[in-house]
Design a protein around this ligand. Structure first.
Ligand code: GRF
Length: 194
């Protein structure tokens, strides 16, 4: 069994979907969060998964902040990291220790609409198709090799809330399965799951 850590900053619905997914390849063993009042902690409590807050403001720089996180990752013998609504860029300390072992989920079809409010950006732009991307991460925001994408057709009758609900539904189904494929070694890099 591979041991997975999830990093989140807020609500944590993706964390919960991944953590509840029973499979023979991985188990979520740890939640790391950079916000002390993140709702994700309540979910971790309910699921009986250890969780830690590491507050960036308590450290002199990103390297020392990530060295603290690394301590927990070592303690829990974490093999792989899934970012799920984690609002920080990953720095050198974690990138070099977990080379090719950190993935992220983003609510648009990257490279379109990286960054904050991706769903709103897509709606405001007037796109007719948007979706969800799962990708390896690098030092830049929402960049890195794409692993899987799923598209969603939208129209101007739909509110932000409608689109958000549909995107989250896709995310909750897709992320856990893609993680299973990657960690089982089945993912052939450029797979598109439709
Ligand atoms: C998701 O839409 C994810 O794609 C983005 O942040 C959101 C996190 O939602 N990176 P949640 O905290 O998992 O509910």
């Amino acid at each position: 069994m591979k041991r997975l850590a999830v990093f989140a900053s807020g609500n944590g619905s993706n964390f919960e979907a991944i953590a509840k997914y029973k499979n023979e390849v991985y188990e979520v063993k740890l939640l790391i969060c950079d916000q002390k009042d993140a709702y994700a902690f309540r979910r971790a409590e309910r699921l009986n998964i250890p969780f830690y807050v590491v507050n960036f403001k308590d450290y002199k720089d990103k390297a020392s902040y990530e060295t603290e996180i690394l301590k927990y990752l070592k303690e829990y013998e974490i093999d792989f990291i899934a970012l799920a609504g984690y609002m920080r860029l990953i720095g050198d300390v974690l990138l070099s220790e977990y080379d090719n072992k950190i993935v992220n989920i983003h609510p648009s079809l990257l490279p379109a609409f990286p960054g904050l409010h991706a769903i709103e950006q897509a709606i405001n732009y007037g796109v007719k198709v948007t979706g969800v991307t799962i990708h390896y991460i690098d030092e830049a925001m929402d960049r890195g090799k794409i692993i899987a994408q799923k598209s969603l057709s939208i129209n101007n009758e739909m509110s932000i809330d409608d689109v958000e609900k549909k995107i989250h539904k896709i995310e909750h189904l897709l992320y856990k399965k893609v993680l299973e494929e990657i960690l089982r070694g089945d993912n052939k890099d450029e797979k598109s799951i439709d």
